[in-house]
Write a protein that binds this ligand. Structure first.
Ligand code: PLP
Length: 394
């Protein structure tokens, strides 16, 4: 018996553990100081009342013989898929119902989708990167090449002439950099993928933070994407479902290679390994798309967006270079005075008692950069921004 030896090749994931260790050690040594956290990528506001109402009603459904539900459809209930379809339609994208698959979140599907791809595919991921894209491919033994995201390209790498890839990861708005592709730039990636016969795995987990019309909310707003892209989306950041768990994946019927349909393969994969998302959770998710649900989740999003504006505004005042903040809950800033990521982490913790995330933890191009997030409360964010401005104003 051999275990999967590729697990030996996965890098230790010490980033968030090390952030927590250093913050805890500081608090222990300085119990009188209040440490403010702008490092986490988790939401802090509760579920919207309309979602709670739907969850309660669904629990009641489960208590009665007439409305009880057992195993549901692998691909999700039609009531939720119809709602997702309506949401896409509101952004000018027409989807068939069979192209929408309900999931228990984007992370699972981003990892699981690799089941339908051969291990000999070459994978292109941006650097810096959301670590899931890299680790899931390393586990499977795939070859990974990197697209450099840097200050020079605004952390939005473009296809390179002469570089071939089979699977391409794009996350926009991006975690960790907050940078978002315009539709015009995304079109270049779509054309490249179609030319190379590649497939784009498009992570749209943060699409709800987009407010500018020239930026893409979905890759399917781009002509040609239906023959080369799969989109992953989530209720986690849109509606606070990080702990409730629900998302959706869109696979167009036109996405075929070698006579095989990605959509049909995914349905086959899901029906083999997945028994669906709980009925109760899907009812809660569907409530997000009602008129009242949209009003309520937008109120929550407004809090995070205001936090992001506040942090970005401080960077403008301090003349610190950054990406994100406008169409994203992440602000990715260049560490002042040429400091390295961990150096700046310690400087900010020791002198302002503010915790962020060192960019170096997301890839080699993250060195010298730092991520702040807008998911804290308005009070904590405002206090942290005041402290950062005080510390860095000279
Ligand atoms: N994709 C990106 C880029 C993320 O940052 C996250 C969560 O932080 C996810 C996917 C995971 O989302 P979910 O909670 O739906 O699994």
């Amino acid at each position: 018996m051999n275990f999967n030896l590729d697990f030996n090749n996965i890098a230790e994931s010490y980033l968030f553990a090390e952030v927590a260790n250093r913050a805890t050690a500081y608090s222990k040594a300085n119990p009188q100081k209040k440490v403010l956290k702008l490092g986490i990528g988790d939401v802090t506001l509760p579920l919207a009342p309309e979602v709670i109402k739907a969850l309660h009603a669904a629990v009641e459904d489960m208590s009665k013989k007439e409305t009880f539900r057992g195993y549901g459809p692998y691909e999700g209930y039609d009531f939720l898929r119809e709602s997702v379809r309506g949401y896409y339609r509101s952004h000018g994208v027409d989807l068939g119902l069979s192209e929408i698959f309900v999931s228990d979140g984007a992370k699972s599907d981003l990892g699981n989708i690799l089941d339908i791809f051969s291990v000999d595919n070459t994978v292109l991921v941006p650097d810096p990167v959301y670590p899931v894209y890299v680790d899931t491919n390393v586990m499977a033994g795939r070859k990974i090449i990197y697209a450099d995201a840097t200050e020079q390209n605004g952390f939005l790498p473009m296809p390179q002439r002469g570089v071939h890839a089979d699977i391409i990861y794009i996350c926009s708005p991006n975690n960790p950099t907050g940078a978002a592709y315009t539709k015009a730039r995304l079109k270049e990636w779509v054309d490249y993928a179609n030319r190379e016969g590649a497939v784009i795995l498009y992570d749209a987990a943060y699409e709800c933070f987009i407010s500018e019309d020239d930026l893409a909310r979905s890759i399917f707003q781009i002509e040609g994407a239906r023959t080369c892209a799969i989109e992953f989306c989530s209720f986690s950041k849109t509606a606070g479902f990080t702990g409730t768990r629900c998302g959706y994946t869109v696979i167009p019927s036109e996405l075929k290679r070698g006579g095989m349909s990605a959509n049909k393969m995914w349905l086959r994969r899901q029906s083999t390994k997945f028994n669906g998302v709980p009925y109760i959770v899907q009812r809660g998710a569907a409530a997000v798309f009602t008129e009242q649900g949209q009003r309520e989740i937008n109120e929550n999003l407004r809090v995070y967006k205001r936090n992001a504006e506040l942090i970005a505004g401080a960077m403008d005042q301090l003349k610190i270079w950054y990406t994100g903040g406008k169409n994203s809950p992440y602000i990715w800033l260049k560490c002042p005075n040429g400091m390295k990521s961990w150096e700046f982490f310690d400087y900010l913790l020791n002198n302002a008692q503010v915790v962020g995330t060192p960019g170096a933890g997301f890839g080699k191009n993250g060195e010298g950069f730092f991520r702040l997030t807008a998911f804290g409360s308005a009070e904590v964010t405002s206090e942290a921004v005041g402290r950062i401005k005080n510390l860095l104003k000279n």
